[in-house]
Each structure stands twice: as structure tokens, then as C-alpha cells.
Design a protein around this ligand. Structure first.
Ligand SMILES: NC(=O)c1ccc[n+]([C@@H]2O[C@H](COP(=O)([O-])OP(=O)(O)OC[C@H]3O[C@@H](n4cnc5c(N)ncnc54)[C@H](O)[C@@H]3O)[C@@H](O)[C@H]2O)c1
Ligand SMILES: O=c1ccn([C@@H]2O[C@H](COP(=O)(O)OP(=O)(O)O[C@H]3O[C@H](CO)[C@@H](O)[C@H](O)[C@H]3O)[C@@H](O)[C@H]2O)c(=O)[nH]1
Length: 442
């Protein structure tokens, strides 16, 4: 078992640190955010991720998991250092590498033994070489530091599960020795390891995210055509997905992709291509479609309720996807902003993300403590996140509204259910369920 340091304790760093301690390694997680570190030292996870808290507590109690704000302390005995700090989007769409470069300097000035540095952060092709040269340039001790690319593929909302059940672990390095160490560290996860060179490893990460984003924008465009032709995109996706070459995953039409990865990584890949004078036209289209898709549900609402000013509208689900409290690039942000700008009384509900949402929407919206409270007195409801609590809601609940008018950005309900329940239902890429006069009076 190894002594490991993980720099950055966000969704990736904390999950990596906790998972590595769970399989027996001794792990020190380092973060510059003092409040966060204090919370973690007391055994509380600063993020919501199913299974994370329990696993974290267990490994703290078994003395395999530690937290500190001090790089020197964290690196002291570390044989391997993981970099898991953020690489957010810059104004021009390229990745901001300032945090990663700072960590490289911190490593160079603090390590006192031969070390393998593993980059988990998503970084543009060529960045690991740059990290290596920053470290070599600033190195204080007479030691050898080897940088390895090891991109992360976990999904928020199932991050712990994904760590133990991933499809592959990609290891990019020219050093067989370093690759052996990384493979040995990960061996207890039982996930296949794919070895390659550093640049290809970096590209695998961007290409994978771009491909998944492409699948989503593709099905969203198909859904828009289905709407015009009165076809049902759900059946279309199911029929397509039965072809193993296509696969049935990531074909859910909706209000587009959000989150901390797809939006920024697709833009970064356009930049990476542009830097070598390649115009990544297809990916630019994927990004455009996604932006358009976010507006579609709102357009339907505004068309159906032209005099929306002053009306109360319930927004169900705020996080960018279910089972996470992450609000980064959530579709709820532009959608709610548009409603607020139109002087709509917005009442929101989310099972987990409310605290993070409050920091974004402040007092411009109301925060209901149940779906029922959100629906009471509302003229319409909009579903933005397919939390189980929303998806498995007895549909009759929507009749709390005086007139049951539902706009579903995640296709949570079958058309038949809504027809049977007499709910006017607008979804994505499927025919609208309208109420005949006769049904309204029933
Ligand atoms: N979130 C995901 O699902 C996911 C999945 C795969 C890959 N990634 C990639 O992993 C990286 C991290 O993403 P995240 O969502 O976990 O980020 P995050 O923003 O949630 O967390 C980053 C953490 O790093 C800390 N930090 C910044 N500078 C530091 C320094 N010098 N020393 C110590 N700590 C420092 C911050 O305080 C913060 O807690 C990004 O490159 C991202 O693209 C993210
Ligand atoms: O069929 C689908 C699947 C997803 N989404 C949306 O796409 C976004 C991203 O979803 P998902 O990929 O499940 O979550 P992330 O946590 O963002 O994970 C992605 O981004 C991570 C960060 O790079 C990668 O590690 C993961 O492999 C990759 O799936 C969300 O808004 C989803 O609602 C759809 O609209 N339709």
C-alpha cells in the first residue's frame, strides 16, 4: 500500500482520496480552502455525493484518511501526488491552468523524495509536459519527479460507484516504471487499465466528453424534428439504442447538457483544435445546439402563457442533474433568470441543491420545502431535473395547481399517464398532451 497526497478536494479530489483510502492506501487530502478542510477534518463532506460521507468517516476513523491546508505536510511522505484542482473555463473558452500550475510549483518547492505526480484534472493536450517542466524548473531538492496523465471519468451523482466500477483507467506516460506504480495503486478497484502516451491520454478525456455531448445534442436535434412531425423521440431513441453500435446510453433528449464538465470541456476542445489550426465544426454545432435547447422549454411556456408577468410558476429541480448538489452550468440558472426578468413569481424546489441555489438566486425566487408547496397556487410547473422524487411523484399531485399545466424538460412521465390523469403536458420531442374541454370539466 502507498502513501498518497491528493491536491484539491472538489468532486474529483475528495472522491479520489476517499476511494484510494478505502482500498487501503494512506491518503492526505490538501486544499487551500480552510473552511472546507476544517469541515472535512471533522468528518463532514463539503459536497453531496451518494455514499461519500459514510466512506469518508470510515477511513478517517481507521486512520487512513487525513486533511490539511499545508502542502508541505501533505507531501511529506507522499510517494505519489494526485493533482485534482479545477481547470475552469476562461472567457475565450480555453481552460484556465492557473490552479494546476500553482500546484506544480507547490510540488517542486516542497517534495523531498522521488515522487510520481498524477494529473487527474482535465487539462489540454501538452499540459502534462508543461507541468513536468514547471516542476523540473522550480525543483528545490535533488530528487526525481515523474508526471503521469491519469484523466478522471467519474460522473457526479454516482462518483463513488464509478470509482469502483469504471469502464477504464487511462494511464499516459512514457515511463513503464511509473505506469506500473499507478496500475498497482489502482489494482484493487478491478477496473481495466489502458496505457498510452501522455498526449493521447489527455486527448482521450476531451474526446470522450465531446463525444458524449455530441450524442446529447444529436438526440436533442432529432427531438426537435420529432416534435414537428408528431413522432416520439423516446421511442426513436429506444429503437436506435437497440443497435449495439449506437448503444442506448446518453440518448435522453431534454434541456441540454449542463454541469462542470461538458460545457467547459467542449469549448476547450474547440480551442485546442484551433490552436493547431483545425476548425472543429462538428463540435461547434454541438455547443450551439445545446445553447438553443436550453431556451426551448421556456419558449413553449411563453407561447402557452403569453401574459406570464406576475404569475406564479413552480420550478422543480435545480441541480444540473439528479443526485448532486452541483449547480455549475445548471439549465435552471438561465431559465430562472429569464423568468425573473419577466417579473414572474418563481417558486423553486430541489431535494438537495437548495443551499447552493440560494447563493445564486438569493431572494429573487422563493424556496419551497416540498413539491406540493411549490405547486400550490402556481399557474404552471416546469421540471428541470429528473430527481426520483420528481420522476416518481404520483401524477395526480400536479392537480394541486388550479389548472394542471406541466412543462417537463426531462421527459419524466409517459404521455399515457398524463392523458389518463388529465394533465396538460408539454415535454421534449413528444406530442403535447392537451385537455379537451370535456376533460377539463370532468
Ligand atoms: N466534477 C467532475 O465530475 C469531474 C469529473 C472528471 C474530471 N473533472 C476535472 O477534475 C478537475 C477538478 O474538478 P472538480 O469538479 O473536482 O473541481 P472543484 O472546483 O470542485 O474543486 C477544486 C478544488 O481545488 C482546490 N484548490 C485550488 N487550488 C488549490 C491549490 N493550489 N492547492 C490545493 N487545493 C487547491 C479548491 O479550493 C477546490 O476545493 C477539473 O479539471 C475537472 O474538469 C471533474
Ligand atoms: O442522455 C443524456 C445524458 C446526460 N444529459 C445531461 O448531460 C449533463 C452531464 O451529465 P453526466 O455526464 O451524467 O454528468 P457529469 O457529472 O457532468 O459527467 C460527465 O462529465 C465528467 C467530467 O468530465 C466525466 O468524468 C463523465 O464521464 C461525464 O459523463 C447533465 O446535464 C445531464 O442532464 C442529457 O441531457 N442526456
Amino acid at each position: 500500500m502507498r502513501t498518497i497526497a491528493v491536491v484539491g478536494t472538489g468532486y474529483v479530489g475528495l472522491v479520489t482520496g476517499v476511494s484510494l483510502s478505502e482500498i487501503g492506501h494512506t491518503v492526505t487530502c490538501i486544499d487551500i480552502d480552510e473552511e472546507k478542510v476544517l469541515k472535512m477534518q471533522q468528518g463532514f463532506s463539503p459536497i453531496y455525493e451518494p455514499g461519500l460521507s459514510d466512506m469518508m468517516t470510515k477511513n478517517i476513523n481507521e486512520n487512513r484518511l487525513f486533511f490539511t491546508t499545508q502542502h508541505e505536510e501533505g507531501f511529506e511522505n507522499a510517494e505519489v501526488i494526485y493533482i485534482a484542482v479545477g481547470t475552469p473555463e476562461k472567457e475565450d473558452g480555453s481552460a484556465n491552468l492557473a490552479f494546476v500550475e500553482q500546484v506544480a510549483k507547490d510540488i517542486a518547492t516542497n517534495v523531498s523524495r522521488d515522487t510520481i505526480v498524477v494529473t487527474k484534472s482535465t487539462v489540454p493536450v501538452g499540459t502534462n509536459d508543461r507541468i513536468q517542466s514547471i516542476i523540473d524548473h522550480h525543483l528545490v531538492a535533488n530528487v526525481k519527479v515523474e508526471v503521469v496523465s491519469n484523466p478522471e471519468f467519474l460522473k457526479e451523482g454516482s462518483a463513488i460507484y464509478d470509482s469502483f466500477n469504471g469502464d477504464r483507467i487511462v494511464v499516459g506516460t512514457a515511463s513503464e516504471e511509473a505506469a506500473n506504480v499507478i496500475e498497482e495503486i489502482n489494482q484493487p478497484f478491478g477496473v481495466p487499465v489502458f496505457r498510452t502516451d501522455v498526449k493521447s491520454a489527455e486527448m482521450i478525456k476531451y474526446a470522450s466528453n465531446a463525444f458524449l455531448a455530441t450524442k446529447i445534442s444529436f438526440i436533442n436535434e432529432i427531438s426537435n424534428i420529432c416534435e414537428r412531425l408528431n413522432a416520439n423521440v423516446e421511442d426513436v431513441a429506444n429503437g436506435m439504442g437497440m443497435d449495439k453500435r449506437i448503444g442506448d446510453k446518453f440518448l435522453n433528449a431534454g434541456i441540454g447538457y449542463g454541469g462542470s464538465c461538458f460545457p467547459k470541456d467542449t469549448k476547450a476542445l474547440v480551442q485546442i483544435a484551433g490552436n493547431v489550426e483545425y476548425d472543429f465544426n462538428l463540435l461547434k454545432g454541438v455547443i450551439r445546439v445545446n445553447q438553443y435547447q436550453q431556451r426551448l422549454l421556456l419558449n413553449k411556456l411563453y407561447k402557452r402563457v403569453p401574459n406570464i408577468k406576475g404569475k406564479r410558476i413552480a420550478v422543480l429541480g435545480l441541480s444540473f442533474k439528479p443526485n448532486t448538489d452541483d449547480m455549475r452550468e445548471a439549465a435552471s440558472i438561465p431559465i430562472i433568470k429569464s423568468l425573473v426578468d419577466k417579473n414572474v413569481e418563481v417558486v423553486t424546489y430541489d431535494p438537495i441543491a437548495i443551499e447552493k441555489a440560494k447563493k445564486i438566486f438569493n431572494s429573487t425566487v422563493q424556496y419551497a420545502s416540498s413539491i406540493e408547496d411549490a405547486l400550490k397556487g402556481s399557474s404552471a410547473a416546469i421540471i428541470l431535473t429528473e430527481w426520483n422524487e420528481i420522476k416518481y411523484l404520483p401524477p395526480s399531485t400536479f392537480k394541486i395547481m388550479e389548472y394542471p399545466l406541466l412543462f417537463d424538460g426531462r421527459n419524466c412521465f409517459s404521455l399515457k399517464t398524463m392523458e389518463d390523469e388529465y394533465i396538460e403536458y408539454h415535454s421534449i420531442g413528444r406530442p403535447t398532451v392537451s385537455l379537451s374541454k370535456e376533460k377539463i370539466h370532468n
